[in-house]
Design a protein around this ligand. Structure first.
Ligand code: ARG
Length: 418
């Protein structure tokens, strides 16, 4: 029989998918569960896969790869989608796709499969990544194909002896990994409703967070976090610790109306304490070590990178080009940032770097000042030159009042237009 490698989470959808693929496509199903820090009982997931009918069930610990090749480069890039979302789910998808393709090759499978619906971003990320890595592999997406209601799916599960969770399942759709936790659906679909406490699992409500702030010093070497409070840690351990510390202060809750690739606006709730703390600290260090023009151009690249990751184009030449630029910008992003965590907030309160472009002798108003103020006169002479020319040639009729009005036309009298 032909074989297919299924990305298996252990949940109802992918469990039903094992049987459904076997029946519909007459294929042997090999399950692969990828550990990207989603902390679950992988042994029972494996057992369940085999019980439901998979011919093999593998668990792949991809946590170090996820951190090394996905989270840290996204941190260096400053990749945050629509100013809010640190991209946890989006970053894990291309890695899971890569692992599926590797298993497909090893097992001689003709196809890979995943449990994504037909209206989200994840299907796009899986499909496009698989296509980029092996255009000849077939892709099966049972949930997208069977188009059942929840009740129909449960009915199928009952008929086929697939365990259906008896306890009232979480009212939310959750995806999580080291870089963050995503929560969708249920009451969150009403954008007016504040996320209830049961939507959160990693972070305490800031109201109940400690009344004393915590400070933590984060050392970076070339844009990579390497130590907390002077203690050298592996990036994986460092992220785990910051998730705990940030979570205990209610840091990293994100409530966001997001533009999906498939054209839908959706209400997304995230918890990402480590990602929020590390992005805050990393950006702060860049302020000290990059020039204004580097910062401005890098912000443009960061947005491009975030869109590319969100939109499933991880495995592309365009990404490789951007990554080369980002890596180059990080040469001097070495130093330490002190952040303060307090009641849901994370602020940088101190920063230092051996490569700092901040020079006290230039910035100070004290007597150590070495900035030559007389040089400002010539500078302003030239900076203002085009405006003086324009004032003489083009604006000479304008009174001061007219200049006020022209710079802010009609803001109060304007008719509202639909
Ligand atoms: N909106 C986020 C994204 O597109 C989160 C998706 C969560 N995925 C899930 N299967 N629950 O990256």
């Amino acid at each position: 029989m032909d074989k297919v490698v299924l990305a298996y989470s252990g949940g109802l959808d992918t469990s039903v998918a094992i049987k459904w693929i076997a029946e519909t496509y007459k294929m042997d199903v090999i399950c692969v569960t990828v550990d990207v820090g989603n902390e679950r009982d992988f042994t029972s997931i494996q057992e369940k896969a085999l019980r439901v009918g998979a011919i093999k069930a593998y668990v792949e610990d991809a946590r170090d790869t996820f951190v090394r090749y996905f989270c840290l480069p996204a941190l260096q890039a400053g990749a945050i989608y629509e100013e809010r979302y640190p991209l946890a789910t989006a970053l894990a998808r291309p890695l899971i796709a890569k692992i599926l393709v590797d298993y497909a090759h090893r097992e001689g499978a003709l196809a890979v499969a995943h449990g994504c619906t037909g209206k989200g971003n994840d299907q796009v990320r899986f499909d496009v990544s698989v296509q980029a890595l092996d255009p000849d592999l077939r892709i099966i997406a049972p949930v997208r194909e069977w188009a059942w209601s929840r009740d129909e799916e449960i009915e199928y599960a009952r008929q086929h002896d697939i365990p259906v969770p008896v306890t009232a399942e979480s009212p939310y759709s959750v995806d999580q990994n080291l870089w963050g936790r995503s929560v969708e659906a249920g009451v969150l679909e009403d954008p007016w409703v504040e996320p209830p406490e049961d939507a959160f699992a990693w972070t305490i409500n800031p109201r109940y967070a400690p009344d004393e702030p915590s400070e933590v010093e984060i050392d970076f070497e070339r844009g990579i976090p390497v130590a907390l409070d002077g203690e050298q840690l592996s990036p994986l351990e460092l992220i785990v610790r910051l998730n705990e510390l940030g979570g205990a202060h209610g840091v990293g809750r994100i409530d966001h109306i997001e533009n999906r690739l498939v054209g839908i606006k959706s209400r997304e709730v995230y918890e990402a304490p480590a990602a929020v703390i590390l992005h805050t600290a990393h950006q702060e260090l860049e302020k000290l070590t990059l020039t204004k023009e580097q910062m401005e151009f890098k912000a443009t690249v960061a947005r491009e990178m975030a869109n590319l990751i969100y939109n499933g184009r991880w495995f592309s030449a365009h990404h490789q080009d951007l990554a080369a630029y980002i890596a180059s910008t990080q040469r001097h992003v070495t130093g330490t940032v002190r952040v303060k965590l307090f009641k849901g907030t994370c602020r940088a309160v101190g920063r230092r770097s051996p490569k700092s472009l901040y020079q006290i002798a230039l910035a100070t108003y004290g007597k150590e000042d070495q900035f030559d103020q007389s040089a400002a006169v010539g500078f302003i002479q030239l900076w203002g030159l085009p405006l003086r020319t324009q004032a003489r040639v083009q604006l000479k009729g304008g009174t001061g009042d007219e200049m006020l009005r022209l710079a802010a036309p009609d803001i109060t009298s304007a008719e509202p237009h639909e």
